[in-house]
Design a protein around this ligand. Structure first.
Ligand code: NAP
Ligand code: MG
Length: 458
């Protein structure tokens, strides 16, 4: 293993900097430091914990432009999206600073005594983060983990560690003691594994692929670490012919092409009612051709490159291996032949079993399919192993509710394609994982519930 890894800009693969490839031994040292810091941090008064997290939020806000530019350079995300992402980080920290004194147990009526439920922190949390929303997903873990009194070691994705490293510096500036928040840059197989195998790590919070999530579940079964897994998705948008088709068509392109399709909630399957198919497709294709692909540093850009050369090869593979009953009906021009650029792509098929319909491509590729009726739509939406997000577009409120209830996914939106809000729970069904993030639910995910019984018998 080399000691350092080169970090590249996906726009042209130029090297930005190098970061440490943290060894197993060094991870062990960091966990020991975290465990020692936990002894003090977990005993801080709730108001002190709240103040620290509020200061952290303020510093993120103050340094928003710099953090956003760093995210864009490292990940290729358009700058307007990076600014939204960093605003999201500050919002998450503000929310959880306010959640600290609103998360409390209950007294339960029992015979001959008093029964209390108390929340306690879990201990050292290993936060393993993917590369698609590097700063935001870090905050989803760090915010509630710190709010509940835990200490955290962040393992950012190999390709995108730069905003996490800057957040670590800002945490110290906010006043956190050394060791409360640490970042271990490096490879999943080495640095990440070292967290999974360390008995002083009490919880792993993982966001990433279903394949690695299953591996983590197997490894952490060894000492029954607490676990939350936010995994892959293959979400469907269901468009009924009675929907406001113009509004629906306007909303669809960025529900899958935003972040160059590298979004676990990307609506990569577009299911359209047979009778309205041609009309909707025409409206949709007009919107698709208006998507602005370009330099991510330009504030008007909507779609930049993919994250890396390696990921580009993975996305390309799906397009190079289309089955004969899948047609590519649109591909944008390539912005540049250098770097991880990939054309936004629209496919059409009636084969629900084909790979591009069943597997997460994680690129700017959407597949259009027809459905006959409501029952058929629900069946198709539920026909993958995933269950993360989805949308229903119709003017019939009863039908919207029936379909929303019929689709097995952790979040669903009606006449909208939104999936994530700081104050509402987010997480998967089926092979999209378990353990909610965001909202007050995350305060449950990062604490242990204890029951204390006090006898009143004389
Ligand atoms: P990934 O390959 O599973 O990696 C995710 C993280 O796990 C990275 O930090 C990776 O490190 C680390 N890792 C890999 N192998 C590991 C191991 N053996 N032990 C410990 N850690 C290990 O996923 P990705 O390609 O970065 O992200 C894309 C996936 O994330 C997609 O499937 C997407 O749907 C999912 N995602 C889900 C959500 C959600 O909330 N449900 C949100 C965003 C993304 P390296 O980078 O060094 O390999
Ligand atoms: Mg890897």
């Amino acid at each position: 293993m080399t000691d350092f890894m080169e970090i590249r800009n996906p726009v042209d693969y130029s090297v930005i900097t190098e970061v440490e490839n943290t060894s197993k031994k060094k991870v062990g040292d960091m966990v020991a430091i975290s465990s020692a810091a936990f002894e003090k941090y977990s005993k801080l008064a709730p108001s002190d914990r709240a103040m620290l997290l509020r200061r952290f939020a303020e510093l993120v806000d103050k340094n928003k432009q710099e953090l956003a530019e760093l995210e864009t350079k490292n990940m290729g995300k358009p700058i307007s999206d990076s600014l939204d992402e960093i605003s999201g980080v500050a919002d998450v920290f503000y929310y959880y600073s306010g959640a600290i004194d609103k998360h409390f147990g209950t007294t339960v009526p029992v015979a001959n005594g008093l029964d209390l439920t108390l929340y306690e922190p879990i201990g050292v949390v290993g936060a393993i983060v993917p590369w698609n929303f590097p700063a935001l997903i870090t905050s989803w873990k760090v915010g509630p983990a710190l709010a509940c009194g835990n200490t955290v070691i962040i393992k950012p994705a190999e390709w995108t560690p730069l905003t996490a490293l800057r957040l670590e510096e800002l945490a110290l500036e906010a006043g956190y003691d050394q060791g409360v928040i640490q970042v271990a840059t490096g490879l999943g197989e080495e640095t990440g594994e070292a967290l999974l195998n360390n008995p002083l790590v009490s919880k792993i919070s993982f966001t990433g692929s279903t394949r690695v999530g299953k591996h983590i579940m197997r490894v952490t079964a060894g000492d029954l670490k607490r676990l939350s897994l936010e995994l892959g998705g293959k979400s469907a948008t269901v468009v009924f012919k009675d929907a406001d088709l113009e509004k629906a068509a306007k909303a669809q392109p960025m529900s899958v092409f935003a972040n160059c399709g590298q979004d676990c909630c990307a609506r990569s399957r577009l299911l359209i009612e047979e009778d309205g198919y041609d009309e909707f497709k025409e409206l949709l294709m007009k919107e698709v051709s208006n998507v602005r692909i370009g330099d991510p540093a330009d504030s008007s850009t909507q779609v930049g490159p993919l994250v890396s050369e390696h990921h580009k090869a993975r996305v390309s593979w799906f397009l190079e291996n289309l089955e004969s009953d899948v047609k590519a009906i649109y591909q944008s021009d390539l912005y540049s032949s250098k770097g991880a650029w990939f054309p936004i792509t629209v496919l059409e098929t009636d084969n629900n079993k084909t790979k591009v319909v069943q597997e997460e491509i994680f690129g700017p590729v959407v597949t259009l399919m027809k459905f006959k009726d409501e029952v058929d739509a629900i069946k198709m939406a539920n026909s993958t192993v995933y269950g993360l997000s989805g949308s229903v577009w119709t003017k019939d409120i009863g039908k919207a509710l029936r379909v929303a209830q019929g689709i097995k996914s952790g979040t669903l939106s009606v006449n909208s394609n939104s999936s994530v809000r700081t104050s509402t729970p987010f997480g998967g069904f089926k092979e999209s994982g378990f353990g909610k993030e965001l909202g007050m639910e995350a305060m449950e995910t990062y604490s242990e519930k204890k029951n204390v019984y006090i006898s009143t018998l004389g």
